[in-house]
Structures are given as C-alpha cells and as structure tokens.
Design a protein around this ligand. Structure first.
Ligand SMILES: *Cc1c(COP(=O)(O)O)cnc(C)c1O
Length: 430
C-alpha cells in the first residue's frame, strides 16, 4: 500500500502539533512507521487520504459500536444542528438521555454529563473523596482512567509503597494519595487496606481491563473488591468508559453481576461525539454542586448535539438486545480463527477476549495483569501490526490495547481478516 499523502501530512503535523498528534497512541510510536490520516469511514471500513481501505478493529477506541457514519446518528445530529450548537442553558435532550441511561444501567439514580472519560473519572474521584471524607484512592497497575494527575501513577518500589509519578508534572503530593495494586490479585488489595486503615476513599477499576490488552477479571476478584469496600466504607468505582453500553446494555455491572457505587462512562455514550458521564445513587450524587458542595462544572457539558448522538445510540442498544449477542459471536469467531491458525505455528501466544473486546499477546500467557501483559514480544507485534495494516486491516497500534469490534463488521470481513492473518503469521517469524 502507498501511504504517501499520509506521510506528508504527518511531516506537516509534527511542525505544528506536538508529535504530530492530539493523542499519543495515534503516533505509531510503539510500532514504528508513520500514522495514516483518515479521510472518511463507513460501516466497518476506514478510508485514508491515499485512497486505501481498511477493516477497522478499533472503532475510534470504542464509541463506534454500530459502525461508522451510522445513519440514525447522522440524521439526529443533522436535525439538531439546525437549532444551534450550544447554549450553556439546559435542553430537553439532556433529560432524555439521562433517564434512558439510568433505566439501562444497574445501581444508578442520577447521572452527570461531562466531555470525556478523563473528566468523568477525575470527577468521580473528587465525589468519592468528598462523600467519604477520606483522601487516598487505589488503582490497579495497567488500568487507564484518563490523563488526570491522580491516575498517572506507577509503583515506586512495589505495590505496598506509595506510588511515584509516571509523568513529569505530576507532583509527589498527588502521587502519594494514589495506591497501586495488581489486577486479579485480591491479596495485594487486602495488604494496602491494612496499611491505610480508614484512609481509602475509593477503589477505581476497569472491571474488564482494555488498556493493557483485554484482561478478564478472575472469578471472585471483583466480588472480593466489593466485600472489602463494604467492610471499609470505601466506594467502589467501576470505570466503564470502555465497557459501558458495550458488554451489555447495563455494562460490566450487569454482565458480571457485581455492583459498583459510582460508575463512569465515555466512548459509546457519546455515539462518536465528545461525551463522558458519571453516575451513582441519589445519596451520593446529591452531594454535587449546585445541590451539594462538591464542585464540578463544564461549559460544553451536556452539549445538545453530542447528547442527540448518544441518545440515538443508547436507544438502539436498549431496544435491539440482539446486538450484544451478535458482537459476542463475531468476537468468538475471530478468537477461534486466530487461535487455530496460531496453534499451527510455533509462535508463543495468548488470546484474551470478553464480549466484543479481544487482544492477542505474543507470550505463552496466561495474561492476567500488567506484568504478564508486558511479557509480550514487541518485535513480533510490530511486524504483525504493519503486515496486517498492509493487508488492509487496521488494528490498535500498540500491544497494550484491546481491539473493539463494531457490529457493522460482517462475517466476510472476519473471513478476510483471518485469511490475511494466516499469511501474516508466516512473515512474522523468519
Ligand atoms: C478511554 C478511557 C478513558 C479516558 O477517556 P477519554 O475520553 O480518552 O478521556 C478512561 N477510562 C477508560 C477505561 C478508557 O478506556
């Protein structure tokens, strides 16, 4: 494939935008090469500025669950556009999407809309701290909750000590309030709670992790967190920015039958426009300004165009529950196909999948947490990524990202992908 125009655009972009991109993983840094620039997309296909077509397995990192340029969303947005794009004053569509989201998701009575997943998680933490009057939070190594200071923390010297900043600009003061545990390791959580009695406001987790590949919680792990949080009057926050309205209409809470105290959303809830949200019970949400004294605000929050897009998607997911089954079946088909081809090769691998999330790791596995995910062979991954791209398949350009399937993907697309996969595998190992 020819990527000439993309390469020229990237050269220009680097002069005026840091690293040429507005979000780091887009830059292809961990796989090398230059990113492609997209012209348009439709259904399961992306079309770049050089005229190449790709089957899309990232779905804009989740939001495009029903495929690109989905007609009902385009129609709803067009209709709303004529009325104006933003007022900073309440609109009826905010009530409609709020009631709908509350009716779909377990354990939530009120919801507040923001503009991104980062904002949702950042606000959820403030709410949990304000509500519990405690300051520390627990997060899990490898889980991503957006780029707010409190979440950019890595272990300093093992999970038992205070975290240290993961990025320059995050202060030690902030870092010391974020404690780290290992995903799927309940003992690491028990230890931290013992060391920090009555200090932990919240445990925040991706119930099915999607930011270190797809990592599935072991049976009993989330249940264990629920129990520990109850015993310690700590709030359990499910970051469902990725899993919300993707794993089921009620998200991971419904799919895994574990209840959270606060839930955060993003991605699907905006139907491809910038939307995030956080939600909880009346008791907790009533602490937020202007009803309560925990401050949180946003000039463009609840933007009517974005709400219209989100409402349209949620409505379809609420009425057509076959969509989740169909997504599951397509993912299973892909998983089984990849597995059988890999079994015929001598390449070490481990495939994780859950619902419409799937990831391939070039290591024997099992891949159950950040450490085991890090063992993947990145040289294999780089080759695999570029060969698949050249074959017309757009995968996440990082070994630490899950694929997110969309329902526009056809069985022919999956067949095409598996055929390409078979020839690509032969090129990975020399
Ligand atoms: C994408 C993501 C975020 C951040 O959302 P943004 O809209 O990119 O700010 C937070 N948590 C999870 C689980 C995510 O996947």
């Amino acid at each position: 494939m020819n990527y000439r125009r993309s390469s020229l655009l990237f050269e220009d972009a680097k002069k005026i935008i840091p690293g040429g991109v507005n979000s780091p993983v887009r830059a292809f840094k961990s796989v090398g090469g230059t990113p492609i620039f997209i012209d348009r997309a439709k259904g399961s296909y992306l079309y770049d500025v050089d005229g190449n077509r790709f089957i899309d397995y990232i779905s804009s990192w989740g939001p495009m669950i029903l495929g690109h340029a989905y007609k009902p969303v385009l129609d709803a947005v067009k209709k709303r556009l004529k009325k104006g794009t933003s007022f900073g004053i309440p609109t009826e569509i905010e009530n409609k999407i709020a009631s709908l989201a509350i009716s779909m998701v377990p354990n939530i009575e009120k919801i507040r809309f923001v503009n991104s997943g980062t904002e949702a998680c950042m606000s959820a933490i403030r709410l949990a701290r304000g509500f519990t009057k405690k300051e520390k939070i627990i997060k899990f190594k490898g889980c991503y909750h957006g780029h707010a200071d409190s979440f950019l923390i890595q272990a300093g010297s093992g999970a038992i000590t205070f975290g240290s900043p993961d990025s320059p600009g995050v202060t030690q003061g902030t870092a010391k309030d974020t404690l780290l545990c290992d995903f799927n390791d309940i003992d690491s959580v028990i230890k931290i709670f013992k060391k920090n009695k009555n200090k932990i406001a919240a445990v925040i987790i991706e119930p099915v992790a999607g930011n270190m590949g797809c990592i599935v919680p072991k049976f009993g792990f989330l249940e264990g967190l629920r129990e520990i949080c109850d015993q310690n009057k700590t709030l359990l926050i499910f970051d469902e920015v990725m899993t919300g309205f993707r794993l089921a209409k009620g998200g991971a809470q419904e799919r895994l039958s574990v209840n959270a105290d606060i839930v955060t959303f993003g991605k699907v809830i905006g139907g491809g426009l910038p939307v995030g949200a956080f939600a909880s019970t009346n008791e907790i949400m009533n602490k937020l300004a202007p009803e309560g004294d925990i401050y949180q605000a946003g000039t463009l929050s609840g933007n009517p165009i974005a709400m219209e897009a989100g409402y349209t998607i949620l409505n379809i997911l609420n009425t057509d529950t076959e969509i989740f089954k169909s997504l599951d079946e397509k993912t299973k088909k892909l998983h089984a196909g990849m597995e059988s081809l890999l079994n015929k090769s001598n390449i070490p691998f481990s495939i994780n999948s859950f619902g419409s999330m799937i990831s391939l790791h070039f290591t024997e596995g099992p891949v159950v947490d950040f450490n085991s995910s890090s063992l993947g062979n990145n040289n294999y991954f780089k080759k695999y990524f570029h060969e698949m791209l050249n074959a017309g398949i757009y995968l996440p350009p990082s070994a630490f990202e899950s694929y997110f399937l969309n329902d526009a993907l056809s069985y022919q697309d999956i067949e095409f992908t598996l055929n390409a996969f078979e020839s690509v595998l032969k090129k990975i190992v020399i």
